[in-house]
Design a protein around this ligand. Structure first.
Ligand SMILES: [Zn+2]
Length: 127
């Protein structure tokens, strides 16, 4: 069985002391890492570091073409975006009008309660 790096004991590359696990927050994202108990050296979990790199790349946005399927328009979600958000065929997303030039996709179903709240907020803004 493959052991996760997270469970292994790590020694500091600078001073050889044992490092302890630490959750580090970078740009609002939680990343696993290790911190040296002696010096200030910190190391990020390579998997999480990879995810952070991908996230910062995808935050800049990807340009995709609008297609057509029957009477609907279709926007393809690039593979790397899909894997970052664990999206797969048959999964559910909620599509929202954010502003005149922005559409928001939210992972998962919008509950009836949330829909009702959204409508109430909308009426408050208009009234
Ligand atoms: Zn150290």
């Amino acid at each position: 069985m493959k052991r996760d790096l997270w469970d292994a004991i790590h020694k500091c590359s600078k001073c050889d002391a044992v490092m302890k696990r630490k959750e580090i927050t970078i740009e609002g994202e939680k990343v696993r890492g290790w911190e040296c108990t002696k010096c200030d050296e910190t190391v990020l979990h390579p998997q999480d570091a990879q995810r952070m790199l991908l996230l910062s790349k995808l935050k800049r946005g990807l340009s995709v073409k609008i297609g057509e399927l029957g009477k609907s328009l279709v926007v393809r979600i690039p593979k790397e975006m899909a894997s970052l958000y664990n999206l797969s065929k048959g999964g559910q997303v909620t599509i929202k009008a954010e502003s005149e030039s922005k559409i928001e996709l939210e992972i998962g179903n919008l509950s009836a309660e949330e829909l009702e709240d959204d409508i109430k907020h909308m009426y408050k803004r208009i009234a």
